[in-house]
Every structure is written in C-alpha cells, then in structure tokens.
Design a protein around this ligand. Sequence first.
Ligand code: CU
Ligand code: CU
Length: 386
Amino acid sequence: MENKKAVSRRDFIKYGLTSLAGLTGVAAFSRRFFPQTGGTGGVGVPSGGDGGGDHSGHGGLGTVGEVDHTFNRFHPHDLLHDFDYGTISQLETGQTLREYEFIAVDREIEIAPGVYFPAWVYSSPTSQASQKFGQVVGTVPGPTIRCIEGERVRITFINAGSHPHTMHFHGIHAARMDGVPGVGAGMIQPGSSTVYEFDAFPFGCHLYHCHAIPLKRHIHKGLYGGFIIDPDPTKYTGEEHEVAKTRNHTYPENQQVHEMVMVLNGFDTNFDGENEVYAANSIAFAYMNQSIKINGDQLQRIYMINITEFDPINSLHIHANFFNYFDHGTTLLPTHKIIDTIMFCQAQRGIVEVSFKGFEPGHYMIHAHQSELAELGWMGFLEVEA
Ligand code: CU
Ligand code: CU
C-alpha cells in the first residue's frame, strides 16, 4: 500500500472522525473503513463521540480537525475558482489558439483529517494553484480548463507518472484526438508525451479524464477535471445573446455572477472497491468546516460535474431554495426550472443557477441527497452574508 498511514480502528477515533457517531452514517463509515468490523480485536466505534464533543459546531456532522492544506498545496476554496485559461495566441487563419501543458504525476493528498490518499493527478503551469504556489502543483480535481466556443485548443500532455495515462475529453473532436487505448496516440507511457488538439465545441460544462485501463482505477485515483467551454455571444440573439454574455469570461457581464466549480468525487482509501470518503472538490466537509460565503444579491452559478467512481449515482440538493439547471451546460436557457434536487450518473454534469436575493442571512446547506454520501463528506454550506 502506498498509504502514508494505514488507518486502524484506533486511528479512526484518534483522528476524530467519530463525531459522526450516533448518526446512521457512522455504521456505513465504520463498515467501509473496517470491512471486518469486530474481528480485529480493536476498539469498537464508540456511541458517544470521541469525548471531545462537537468540534464542527454543526450538530456533530463533519470531521474534527482540519486537513493540512499546506501539505496538499491547494485549498478547496481556491479550487472553486481554479479556472485555467492557458496561453492565448492567434493562428494565421485568425482563429484563437489556446494552449495548455498538462503533466500527470503521482502524489499523496490528504482528503480528510489524517486520511491520506496516494493519488495520480494532473497539473498545469497555468492553473491558479500553480500560479499561487509559484511552482507546478498537481490537484484533484485537475485544473479547470476554460476556453471559448470555436477556439482551437491544444494540450501538450506529458506523463511524468508511474503508469500509462491519457487525456480523454468530453467534447467534439477527431477520433485520433481521443485519449483512449488503441486510438491515435493511445496510451501515453511514463516519460512520453502527446498533443491533443481540437476546436472547442459544443459550449457547456464538460470534463476530461484519463481513459487508461483499468479505467475504474485510473479515474478514481484522481485523474479528472472540469472542461468549460464558454458560449460565444456573437453567435446568439435576443435573450440567448444576453445570457451568453454572462457565461463568457471575457465579458463584463460575467463578472456580475459568482461562478464556482464543484467536481463531485469519492475516494476508496482501503482499496475494497468502495468509497470511504466523498466530497465536492476532494476534501471531505471542506465547505462545511469553512462555508462558502456569498452575496445574496449576486447570482450563484455552479459548474457541477460528477466523476464519482464505484457509486452509480451522485446528487445535489440545496436547502431552503430552488434552482435552475442547464443539463450539460449546452443550452443558454434552463433545461430544468425550479428544482431543489438533481442527480448525476458518472460524467453527468450541468450548470446550477441559484439566487438568494431577498433571503435572510444564514447557512444554506448543499449536499448529496443520498444520506450516506452526505455523511461521508459531500456536505457544505452556502452562507448568505448580512
Ligand atoms: Cu491513467
Ligand atoms: Cu468520460
């Protein structure tokens, strides 16, 4: 095992994850951490918490303590806005060329206090995390590629990891540009590189991920990220034109909207083919331990992408409010109006738009509506500020 620490049942208590005790979630949590519950002679899961009481301040939900974000070299709040715009130039045809360099590496990340995961990650020198840190930082999810409909996108992919990898994009491209085994450049061996190139279509909320075999393993290890194609407002008229301006990062109208990316993921920390920890953007309960502060007067737009392996579905629920939803983000007008839940199979994604205008200040919960996923980490708060 590459785990920094094998999590024992005693560690379970030490790390304070037992603040879940007494809730239905603890049974699932302990079962998944310790499939042979009762058989190892260790201590049992206490029913009264860890003796430290509720450290989270949210009725016993969440984790005790904090992930070391310095060790991770990225902060979950930064990942919300980690748009990677690459490097822009002009082709002779006048078309905009947006270039990226993506590097796959192996690295360990801490996904819950004291719980380390030997991840495989994508990194890019032009990501916000790399810019902030002053050197190339690999993150899970990987940098959110952000471009504009109709641009030429060129990604030089370098595999500096220990296993063969690829980059497979959800989008329109030639078959030979598809990062899958046996097609085009196929599997990129450690120490090798390739170039993926295509025109950005269709606009929407997409994703990229490794497509090396075994696929399950390569995806859940952390090789995935958002791929957002902004619409080009000049191609649309009327209401669609106005909306397209708010969706395109080069227009001032876009600055009026608070945009976030949430990649829904899970981690199999004991290699039993099930997830022990769930999250939006990798760190369990990150947005519960530190809520996402929002301005009630501003439209909230969440690019929500589910890449969770092993579980057939994931979902989103927002409390005390309803939202509009744009399935796959490929339309300018909502495909679903006035809903408070939406479900996602793996790779399903869309844009959530929610307004808290006129709402009283406070904590509005967001989480998976499958209780197990919520109680194992995919839970947070949007905090409407006074
Ligand atoms: Cu891979
Ligand atoms: Cu896919």
